[in-house]
Design a protein around this ligand. Structure first.
Ligand SMILES: C[S@@+](CC[C@H](N)C(=O)[O-])C[C@H]1O[C@@H](n2cnc3c(N)ncnc32)[C@H](O)[C@@H]1O
Length: 344
């Protein structure tokens, strides 16, 4: 038996899903993965397994997505490329695909890697174009090359109308995490902010937020879902447009006029001391007892402790109290996220 299916559920419900999957009417082994909300099914064939899931869908209350897996390989880009080409050739030989058709590459990445999902998609897309007479169409494609990466292992499948992943729409709709399933995050920063909102929802339910170093807009996007207005300060372009996001296209130190806010956020990619001084400067627009979310970005993981001490001193002198020092799931090893409060 080999891995033939990835199955997702809400984090915390893995045990229930495992019980449900055990009742599937095929020979199989169900395994937990190191990722929350994600199980793996080992069986004889992905085609048979996904068909069984579709046929028996009514018995599932916890299953969200079931993704059939055709080929397993290491998760370095070269291996993914070789195995994608191999799989495409195999399918072309079986006449399942016809040259001239259009395709898209989609990658779901879990774990820490040197590349992003988008980089995998672009790289594999280019390599496929070099080897086959096909064209890319991001919307109206004939087939999708689906890549699931779980830390050191990648799973590749080719989906078309007859063989595809299964989404249990009813269960997804019921899930309070619905948004995650219909929209991909803009960037890693968005995931940091989503985790903060999940952990401390009250802090974000405010009238005005000032977000320093906003581009491309991952934080602003999440902040705008919770606050009435977000002032997004960055000389760079925002990739997100919303009525309640006001983009101030300047360096933060040059902004003179802003309304009072209840939350100040800073995710600039400046040196830790520089960035801390910017937070202090803009904290004049923050109401007393207002919260601050501030990222410390060190040059390497060995400097993090020292940088925290430097920032602590700068904040203490400005009556900013550090309440929490957090390692968020989407923080790199060189980063920590601070939650602070402006004191009288
Ligand atoms: C890592 S990005 C921020 C990502 C952003 N928080 C998001 O969620 O998409 C860092 C940003 O800080 C901005 N930045 C650096 N120095 C700045 C300054 N002095 N004033 C405003 N923005 C600054 C950069 O232009 C860059 O867009």
């Amino acid at each position: 038996m080999k891995p033939t299916l990835l199955v997702t559920t809400q984090p915390g419900f893995e045990g229930y899903l495992k019980e449900e999957l055990k009742t599937l009417s095929i020979k199989k082994i169900i395994k937990y993965t190191m990722f929350r909300g994600l199980l793996k099914v080992l069986s004889e064939s992905p085609y048979e397994t996904i068909e069984a899931i579709k046929k028996e869908k009514d018995k599932f209350k916890f299953l969200m997505r079931a993704v059939p897996l055709e080929v397993e390989c290491p998760s370095d880009l070269e291996s993914i490329k070789e195995n994608t080409i191999f799989l495409l050739k195999r399918k072309l030989l079986k006449n399942k695909l016809i040259t001239g058709k259009s395709f898209v590459v989609r990658c779901n990445r879990r774990g820490k890697h040197k590349y992003t999902s988008e980089e995998v998609e672009r790289f594999i897309g280019k390599e496929v174009l070099k080897s086959f007479d096909l064209k890319v169409d991001l919307k109206n494609y004939d087939f999708k090359i689906n890549i699931e990466i779980l830390q050191d292992t990648a799973y590749i499948s080719i989906f078309d109308d007859n063989f595809n992943e299964f989404r249990h729409e009813e269960n997804i709709k019921k899930s309070k995490y619905l948004k995650r399933y219909i929209e991909r995050p803009l960037n890693r920063s968005e995931r940091k902010m989503r985790e903060l909102v999940e952990r401390y929802p009250n802090i974000f339910d405010v009238d005005v937020v000032i977000d320093i170093g906003s581009a491309p807009g991952g934080w602003a996007k999440v902040l705008a879902e919770n606050a009435k207005v977000v002032y997004a300060i960055d000389t760079g372009e925002l990739k997100i447009k919303k009525d309640n996001i006001i983009h101030i296209k300047k360096r933060a130190e040059d902004v003179e006029d802003l309304p009072q806010c209840q939350l100040l956020t800073n995710d600039t990619n400046l040196y830790p001391e520089e960035s801390a001084l910017l937070t202090v400067k803009l904290s004049k627009f923050l109401e007393e007892n207002g919260y601050i979310i501030h990222t410390i970005k060190s040059e390497n993981k060995y400097n993090v402790k020292e940088d925290i001490d430097k920032v602590k001193k700068i904040f203490e002198n400005a009556n900013i109290k550090i309440l929490k020092i957090m390692n968020l799931r989407a923080n790199t090893k060189n980063e920590v996220t601070l939650m602070c409060q402006k004191r009288a």
